[in-house]
Design a protein around this ligand. Structure first.
Ligand SMILES: *Cc1c(COP(=O)(O)O)cnc(C)c1O
Length: 375
């Protein structure tokens, strides 16, 4: 068997920015400001500026970034939050954390993001049933592309629902030249190492429109702290971003826009390389993806993955089982037409190597392996 190429080449990025990374890390270690040091504030400013967000607040991970606004809004046990099932666990998990109910909504078969028509139908069904009270929607920028915020935000507004953009995989993506926070109350980011903007551990952030909400989130992420440090206004949690991770992310922010361009160029080369043999991923009209994953669909997934592995090309499956099929989530409701598109996609999707350093011989190897497996 051939040597495996990396699925995500974090070493290539490290080699490019090694000096800045090492200098930033050394500075924090010398400073001693390991928690809420100045780098955290600086990163928040950079994140807000990058995405035209009024405010940004860093936190411990992308899951807490979803939970904190839901805490701020005071979710109740009879509340419903509309989420896709074709996503990472976090998107739905945070809702029962707070005692409320996720309602699963089916996806668009081309973009894999929440289908606005299915959202509309799910809201209508929940309202007609009258048992649960719709309060929020969490749309996911799956695989790095923006959800259909033009339609989803219109529906959310019409029904008086809050909107979170789960941009854990999608920070940096745009729709009509604008970032998801343009339409959402909160957009969330994960800095898990494999995400497009990853740190060297766990990290997350929230982009926020409303200043009053920002204040509540700031308090919640440090134990519900009031004006004085040991005075508590509410029940909170501990969800700060380490200063060291902020310092690492500041170095990575310097090359992030460039990496997004490189990811798009790599996606174009994939489409040219095997678009005649397989349906290549579709991006929503007016959208720019950050390509957290490059995902295609094949009939014989196990055979395809085996053939690529034999040529040293790793693959991954996101997600082999939709959330609603896992036991802890099976009791929650879904939209009236079921989740057929989600279930069909989960059987067929497979993701190929992708990062901001994918070109030359490494990408050629992937393209040749895909062509050999499919022809
Ligand atoms: C990774 C991810 C998260 C959670 O991020 P963590 O930083 O790992 O907590 C949430 N939602 C989606 C869609 C993700 O891919």
């Amino acid at each position: 068997m051939a040597d495996m190429i990396p699925f995500i080449d974090l070493a290539a990025q490290r080699a490019r920015i090694r000096e800045r990374l090492d200098a930033n890390v050394a500075k924090v270690m010398e400073s001693g400001a390991y928690v809420l040091g100045p780098e955290v504030r600086e990163l928040e400013e950079r994140l807000a500026a990058f995405s035209d967000a009024p405010h940004a607040l860093a936190c411990a991970n992308g899951t807490d970034a979803l939970a904190l606004p839901l805490m701020a809004w005071g979710l109740k046990p009879t509340d419903a939050v509309f989420v896709p099932s074709f996503t990472f666990a976090s998107t739905a998990e945070v809702v029962p954390w707070l005692g409320a109910n996720p309602v699963f909504v089916d996806i668009d078969p081309d973009t894999y993001c929440m289908d606005p028509a299915k959202l509309e139908a799910a809201i209508a069904a929940i309202k007609a049933e009258g048992r649960l009270n719709p309060v929020a929607v969490i749309a996911v920028d799956l695989f790095g592309q923006p959800a259909d915020y033009r339609a989803i935000s219109r529906i959310a507004r019409a029904h008086g629902l809050k909107l979170i953009a789960d941009s854990a995989q999608g920070f940096g993506c745009t729709l009509d030249g604008k970032h998801p926070i343009e339409w959402a109350d909160v957009a969330t980011i994960s800095f898990y190492p494999a995400k497009p903007l990853g740190c060297y551990g766990d990290g997350g952030a929230m982009l926020v429109r409303d200043e009053a909400l920002l204040k509540t989130l700031k308090s919640l992420h440090v134990h519900g702290m009031g004006v004085d440090r040991y005075e508590y206004d509410r029940i909170g949690m501990n969800s700060r971003l380490d200063t060291l991770q902020a310092a690492i992310l500041l170095a990575k922010m310097d090359v992030f826009a460039d990496e997004i361009e490189a990811r798009n160029a790599a996606a174009d080369r994939y489409a040219e390389g095997f678009g005649d043999l397989v349906k290549v991923p579709a991006v929503i009209e007016g959208g720019v993806s950050v390509w957290a994953q490059y995902t295609i669909e094949v009939d014989d997934r196990e055979g395809f993955r085996k053939a690529l592995a034999e040529r040293g090309v790793p693959t991954a499956v996101y997600y082999p089982k939709p959330l609603h099929t896992h036991a802890p989530y099976a009791r929650y409701p879904h939209g009236p037409d079921g989740l057929g598109v989600t279930e069909a996609a989960a059987e067929r999707v497979v993701s190929l190597p992708m990062d901001g350093y994918l070109d030359g011989e490494r990408q050629t190897r992937v393209i040749e392996a895909v062509r050999a497996a499919l022809s």
